[in-house]
Design a protein around this ligand. Structure first.
Ligand SMILES: [Zn+2]
Ligand SMILES: [Zn+2]
Length: 350
């Protein structure tokens, strides 16, 4: 990456998108505003944003599907940029990164570090954790701050647009894949095929799993087949074989019974989203008996992030991105809401 920003003056204000009044996209919940450039606190670094991925959670925050945790928050939690300043000295974490380093900022912004979850390798379950683009301002902005301890080093083989979707879509998909407990060489069903699924499918195929994709949208199905899926059909179709495991990426609770019914005895369905519409009534015999497991995926640990980034580089994962100019954030969210993006959307901030 170029170091052209090193030593460049940091302006006092920046352009950013804020969620001023969460609600339907047609009512323009996002406003493009000039705001002060944030100041990094102790242990934090200031990052000049290059690209920011557009994730379904941004849509949930913008539309008000998720409760407001910070008024007028700047969304965006797949942030790629360059460290341009450190907060006040005195914290070890700032020394992880030098000015000029390329870093990634992901969804998990901070944890308490002290609770029983944090102390047992399960910081994703910490009740005091804070999230980028929900509790903390995110990357639909020219600058963002991050705790040095929570920023990620990024593999060199990816450019700034290509690596952005790995920071949430990739990491969450990786955790969902582990939660789905696919046996070696097993059959995995993937319901919904957007940013997260298209990365997860590549990892699953590379690891020898037999992948079946069930999703709406002809473009998504054809991408799935290109990436090595054995079959691609609609979300309510029955896959050609019983599945050992399945991941539901679509935020559609009405698909849960279909996915459970498609499982072989002993199978596991992992729901990957932070938000799901209501699950329809389950029939114990059809959907859960024969020792089927229904589980969810909550956020991720920093270790999940490190593992996924290393794995994506090693397995040569290729992210399919659609780039949008920074000014077009609302349009990028509209396309995502309509299911009209091939792969993952990314905002080009600079
Ligand atoms: Zn904790
Ligand atoms: Zn996300």
């Amino acid at each position: 990456m170029s170091g052209d920003g090193v030593g460049a003056a940091i302006p006092s204000t920046m352009r950013a998108w804020r969620v001023c009044s969460p609600g339907p996209l047609a009512e323009q919940p996002l406003e493009f505003v000039d705001v002060p450039v944030p100041k990094p606190g102790p242990g934090e670094v200031l990052v000049r944003v290059s690209t920011c991925g557009v994730c379904r959670t941004d849509l949930h925050v913008t539309q008000g599907d998720l409760p407001v945790r910070r008024a007028s928050v700047i969304p965006g939690h797949e942030i790629v940029g360059e460290v341009v300043a450190h907060g006040p000295a005195g914290s070890d974490s700032t020394t992880r990164f030098a000015v000029g380093d390329r870093v990634g900022i992901a969804w998990l912004g901070s944890t308490c570090g002290q609770c029983r979850f944090c102390r047992s390798g399960r910081e994703n379950l910490c009740r005091a954790s804070r999230y980028t683009g929900w509790d903390l301002d995110g990357g639909y902005a020219e600058y963002a701050v991050v705790a040095g301890a929570f920023a990620h080093r990024l593999p060199a083989g990816f450019d700034d647009a290509g690596v952005a979707p790995l920071l949430c879509a990739g990491i969450i998909g990786y955790r969902a894949l582990r939660r789905a407990a696919v046996p070696p060489g097993g059959r995995l069903g993937i319901y919904g095929f957007g940013g997260s699924a298209h990365v997860t499918a590549q990892i699953a195929v590379a690891q020898g799993m037999e992948v079946h994709v069930l999703t709406r949208g002809e473009k998504a199905r054809s991408l799935a087949l290109d990436l090595g899926a054995v079959s691609a059909a609609g979300p309510r179709d029955r896959p050609p074989v019983p599945l050992d495991s399945a991941i539901l990426f679509a935020p559609a609770g009405d698909i849960v019974p279909f996915a459970l019914e498609a499982l072989a005895p002993g199978g596991t369905l992992a729901v990957a989203g932070i938000h799901l519409s209501d699950v329809e009534r389950l029939d114990y015999q059809r959907h859960l008996f024969h020792e089927k497991t229904l589980t969810s995926v909550e956020s991720n640990t920093r270790r999940d992030g490190e593992e996924l980034l290393a794995l994506a580089a090693r397995l040569n994962v290729h992210t399919h991105v659609t780039e949008y100019p920074f000014e077009d954030a609302p349009r990028a969210l509209e396309y995502l809401a309509r299911g009209d993006v091939e792969g993952a959307g990314v905002l080009r901030v600079r």
